[in-house]
Design a protein around this ligand. Sequence first.
Ligand SMILES: Cc1cc2nc3c(=O)[nH]c(=O)nc-3n(C[C@H](O)[C@H](O)[C@H](O)COP(=O)(O)OP(=O)(O)OC[C@H]3O[C@@H](n4cnc5c(N)ncnc54)[C@H](O)[C@@H]3O)c2cc1C
Length: 231
Amino acid sequence: MPKTALEVSLISIPDNLLDVIYTACRTCYSPDGAVDIYEKITDDTDKKLNLIKRVISSGHYSTIEHIQVTFAINNISRAATHQLVRHRHMSFSQKSQRYVKEKGEFDFIIPAAIEANKDLCEKFLKHMNMTADLYQEFIENGIKSEDARAILPNAAASSMVVSLNLRELIHLANLRLCTRAQLEIRLVVKRMCALVEEKEPWLKEHLVPKCERLGYCDEDKSCGRMKTKNG
Ligand SMILES: Cc1cc2nc3c(=O)[nH]c(=O)nc-3n(C[C@H](O)[C@H](O)[C@H](O)COP(=O)(O)OP(=O)(O)OC[C@H]3O[C@@H](n4cnc5c(N)ncnc54)[C@H](O)[C@@H]3O)c2cc1C
């Protein structure tokens, strides 16, 4: 079955995020101990943000590694999850194609560019139906799902829980919000960032494509948003 609605949910983010980062920042520069710093924290959000912003803009990203966020993601293609799992500072739990047998019509994601072309989309759907029939035939003939899955496409829909710290989220955004990244993963990461920004708007300026951080485009060809380093 085609699955069109990507679902991304932020299922965990610390309530005391600012306090944790503030404590990490102050601990580096204060004669006081980390415990005292944390225990004496007030509700002065501006004061905390002031220090945090200064520390991050000086490149001390280790202070935001203490904050772990977790997302649940539905209706994402295996093509996109394969790109996500290349990020080595993230933790994943993904729906297994060994333990979960696809029943008859398996779920899949239609890439937007294919969906926009009626003729090609019909061929795509035909191919998915043929694959589903063959997968079912394998299962009915005793082939284990761990082997039958060999014929499932990159378009097969998946589901995962993803955890990462704020430093890695910024890195992920820098790479995957770039227009050089594939559309689906760009949309996934955009949703992840938007959910975090809803809770912590001050992070918005960091959750950007890398060109905005660098001030230029470091790709061979720029999409036009920023000039390349050599103009
Ligand atoms: C537009 C685009 C196109 C791509 N095309 C391809 C492709 O054609 N083929 C392909 O194979 N991949 C491709 N990739 C994936 C890419 O090569 C990276 O594997 C992926 O983006 C993860 O990036 P990363 O290693 O910086 O991030 P992470 O794994 O998230 O690591 C974050 C940072 O930690 C540091 N780090 C992590 N592990 C190590 C380590 N072992 N040693 C030293 N430093 C480390 C690095 O500074 C790294 O940048 C592409 C990615 C993008 C965004």
